[in-house]
Design a protein around this ligand. Sequence first.
Ligand code: ATP
Ligand code: MG
Length: 418
Amino acid sequence: MTLENSKRIMVVEDEAITAMNLRASLEDMGYVVTSTALSGEEAVKNAANDMPDLVLMDISLRGKMDGIEAAGHINDQFNIPIIYLTAQSDVQIMNRIKATQPSGYITKPFYEKEIHFVLEIALDKNRIEKQLKQSEAQLKEHREHLLDMVNDKTAELRQANEHLKQEIKSRITAEAELMRSAQLAALGELAAGLVHEINNPINGIINYAQILLNRAAEDSSERDIAERIIEESSRIANISKDMLSYVQGSSKEKSPVHIHTVLSFALSLTEPQLTVDGIELIIDVPSNLPPVIGQSQQLTQVFLNIINNAGYALNKKHNRTHTDKLLKIMAWETTIDNKNHLRISFYDRGTGIPTSDLNNIMKPFFTTKPPSAGTGIGLSISNGIINNMGGKITVYSVENQYTDVSIDLPIISNKTLA
Ligand SMILES: Nc1ncnc2c1ncn2[C@@H]1O[C@H](COP(=O)(O)OP(=O)(O)OP(=O)(O)O)[C@@H](O)[C@H]1O
Ligand SMILES: [Mg+2]
């Protein structure tokens, strides 16, 4: 047996001669003796330092700690197998010995052969126990690995499920969207036909009323009635004209549109009146903003309506000039859902909109204005135009404080332009 794989034994024996003999016998048998301790305390200390493969332990020792107590500590702390060597064999001692779960027991006087035999059996048993523990640990590790794999697969499955749910949801939305646009297209055709049919008789009514007006005496009630007929019929003509331009517009070709240009044009039409009304205009719309895709004519219509709405709300709140009588128009680039957008904000400090009306203002024919001032189709048409451009109108407002109408429009990427 070579020294490297020799088993390392620690001897605990308070009789020096017995200890010496024991060491000599063990070395003869091919074991390495790590130390010979005389007391229980020394035994615990040496075991910690040397970590022998086995301890041969005498029971009655010098000092306070006897062999059974020392064996208890060594077993608890280092899990090193113990074989007792003793002349004592009463029942009480036997019970204490059992509690320390020893690997063997040799009574004094002993023979070399007997020691060899008991040691080999104990060492072998220990080796098998260690292997068993190792296998158990491996088994546990495999089981945990398997459990991890099952958990990973379950998480993957859950994710795939979630993905599938999202997919189903987006398909349902896309289908609904498709149905809505098909309905809108059908409605558009219907509206276009209707508008053509309405325009001719309306023109007739206006012309006849004009004849009556020309024939009526100054300040007569007939004149007044004829004027009202013309006024109300013109309103119908305007509504149908608006509808026609929207319906025709949505099918026309779209092209890159510069917000700055469209706004300048809309302002050239509205600014004179705003100035007369004492409304301060603050414009912050850089001319180098990237273009959006659509029709400038339609976008002009949207801006005109929003500016007119703001002007109306400001005039209603302040009949003269006031520091708060202002309309601020700003535009900047922003990101929505990771896509580049332009935001155009129209902010006025006019009447604001009551919370109860906020959900209705986009609905066709919803208006809080007298018939001579509005028909309630401006925002619904604007909303249709902006949606058609892939954008969105959001209205933020606090009654008596402010209204902010914000338009988000997707920016055309360079790729699309090329
Ligand atoms: N800036 C604003 N401040 C306060 N109220 C507003 C503002 N913009 C819109 N509204 C409210 O929303 C309603 C609907 O607006 P919309 O532009 O659709 O119709 P309208 O202005 O009443 O009529 P039309 O635009 O057809 O002449 C308005 O009647 C008004 O009550
Ligand atoms: Mg309006």
